[in-house]
Design a protein around this ligand. Structure first.
Ligand SMILES: [Zn+2]
Length: 289
């Protein structure tokens, strides 16, 4: 009896051991799959979070461009106004371009009013020229006259894949027939020139970001005069010669550096999200190794 009992017990014990083992295996399997699932979810969550951050960061940039580059008249925060010259032959007759760079011009007239300049170019019989916009030299406001990816007649066929921007000049002086500007009130002339220069730096910085172009790279930012020297633009001396006449010390090398510094200190430094900073640094800001 006792023996039987014992053997029964040992069978029971054996059975118990097996079922305990089975349960342990099942539990371990369940635990493992839970852990694998959790790790997977964590990895997935981290990836999703990163994607979300990148998306939001992308939105930062898109918002910035929507605000600052697509500009509407009713945006109180804007220093730029969309002012497409839809009646002008340039607007009606040219096609799309793949933007290669940006050309800086100066109007070559003792005149400060960007909107009036735009109006001048906006009539249906104005067949001579077109640009992507004019910067007013009293206010620094930019009048955006042609979509960025449309060809503008600003410096001949060789420059047709360049975005062309005109800076207004100063009315505190006059031009002689040899295209030389003579300042009468040099302080006032320099003030107009400074306002329009600083606005141009900001605008070109935004354009560099929009197209992911390095402002310091050869051929990305050129003046009309440099374009002429490179054989891609009609023979003009703007804005370099106007700057010389105003004796303000501006140069195109300085302009490109100011654009780069503006991107670094005013735009990239203020971005909240690291992913977009990394992207911008990779494409635009070449830091010293
Ligand atoms: Zn020009």
């Amino acid at each position: 009896m006792s023996e039987k009992k014992d053997s029964k017990l040992s069978v029971l014990k054996k059975g118990n051991k097996i079922s305990v083992l089975l349960i342990a295996v099942i539990l371990a399997t369940v635990a493992a799959s839970v852990i694998i699932g959790a790790v997977g979810n964590a990895v997935d969550g981290a990836r999703k979070k990163r994607e979300q951050e990148e998306y939001i960061a992308g939105n930062d940039i898109r918002d910035m461009f929507a605000k600052k580059l697509t500009f509407t008249d009713d945006d109180p925060d804007t220093d730029s106004i969309q002012y497409f010259l839809t009646d002008s032959p340039n607007y009606k007759e040219t096609g799309r371009i793949e933007v290669k760079g940006f050309m800086l011009h100066s109007i070559g007239a003792a005149f400060t009013n960007g909107k009036a300049m735009a109006d001048q170019f906006g009539t249906s019989d104005f067949r001579y020229a077109g640009v992507h916009g004019f910067i007013d030299s009293e206010t620094g406001v930019f009048y955006h006259t042609l979509p960025w990816d449309q060809q503008a007649w600003h410096a001949g066929d060789g420059a047709s894949d360049y975005i062309g921007i005109e800076m207004c000049e100063s009315d505190a002086g006059y031009y002689t027939d040899d295209y030389v500007f003579h300042p009468e009130d040099i302080e006032k002339a320099r003030e107009h020139t400074r306002i329009v220069y600083e606005a141009a730096v900001k605008l070109f910085a935004k354009l560099c970001l929009k197209y992911e172009f390095d402002p310091m790279k050869d051929g990305v930012i050129v003046s009309h005069k440099e374009g002429a020297n490179r054989g891609i633009a009609t023979r003009h001396g703007d804005p370099d010669e106007y700057w010389e006449n105003v004796k303000i010390g501006y140069t195109m090398d300085g302009f490109r550096k100011d654009v780069k510094d503006y991107i670094n200190t005013k735009i990239v430094a203020n971005l909240k999200y690291t992913p977009i900073k990394q992207i911008l640094k990779k494409y635009i800001i070449h830091e010293k190794a």
